[in-house]
Design a protein around this ligand. Sequence first.
Ligand code: NZQ
Ligand code: ZN
Length: 383
Amino acid sequence: MENFTFYSPTKFVFGKGTESEAGSLVKAFGGSKVLIHYGGGSVVRSGLLDRVKKSLDEAGVSYTELGGVKPNPRSGLVYEGIEICRQNDIDFILAVGGGSAIDSSKAIAAGTLYDGDFWDFYCGKPIERALPVGTVLTIAAAGSEGSGDSVITKEEGMYKRGAGSEAIRPRFSILNPELTTTLPPYQTACGITDIMAHLYERYLTNSKDVEVTDRLIEALLITMKNEGPKVIADPLDYQARANIMWAGTMAHTNSCGVGRSQDWNSHNIEHELSALYDCAHGAGLAVTMPVVFKYVMDHDKKRFEQAAQRVWGVETAEEGIEAFRSFLTSIGMPSTLGELGGSREDIPTLVKNLCYGDGRDGTISGFVTLNEDDCTRIYQMML
Ligand code: NZQ
Ligand code: ZN
């Protein structure tokens, strides 16, 4: 195990009806003028937004609203949000929604206190300060409710890039599993896939003797394997929703990624897919992961065998990857580039953006370092 520092100070408030605590939590964390930031309308239709506003009213906290965050959130709305925050002296941002609303909130939070273009942060400039952010989560998926990361797509060029900093880690996150019962089954499945990806990206390590984190990841993967099909079969299954929601948060606070090198190549390869095709991140990962795993398997076959045996109850590395792939298909996820709207002609663009975007030097590194030829072959294997 390698040396590490773990500091993950988000306050999580979990369970039925907890959105009613939004106002008092904002106040406790110093907010008095709030920007409520949300997506395309699911929180309006479900009545959640009204309940959150009532809670803010009761706590005597004033607010301004900005809806319209799209999945794969765009830079345009971030600029708009920054302007609103400056004009209204906003001192707290409350994201109500999924990873997209949360990531857009984090970008606005950092951009408001910065004189330059917020996009600098997504090109590698460290975020030193940001307005405080809180969240009311409506989908178990990205883990942004407990992470210091934000992923935004720049409209000019459709570059999807990430930024990370302690300054944008949420101060609190309200996790009410009941809120996820209105999700369409496809989005539920995309969330399940993303959570499992966050676990696998940490599982694929070159660090030795990481038994405790291996076992934590395996426990969470088994939970997803068991609970995932339950919520697909019965979207109202509260206990399964609750287990998945907490697994999703645990998967990405990095509590099971400390002291070990991590992969993230599948995420990097996928981000080009959701940037180009505007597909759901989880759907892109479902196509990407089994292919990448097969491609890099020989680098450390024992690690894949361990997952096969401990998580999937099969013997070989190949059988483990196949079991994962068929699990993803069984919950309704795609398995080919075509299903995401892609084709062979797009591969050179995907590879160029992947290997040279983001200041990269022609390779992406993680569990295995992959060059342009490797990435071309990987995208071809998705056809
Ligand atoms: O926009 P609305 O109308 O709210 O609808 C959303 C959206 O269409 C809908 N939805 C969410 N909760 C719902 C609901 N519909 C009905 N009932 C509910 N309770 O679901 C759709 C997807 O929402 P989104 O926020 O995009 O989902 P997700 O949480 O999967 O976030 C995806 C984004 O997070 C990024 C991804 O790249 C992607 O852009 N990620 C962020 C990470 C981070 N910050 O740490 C890490 C992840 O690896 C990921 O890259
Ligand atoms: Zn992800």
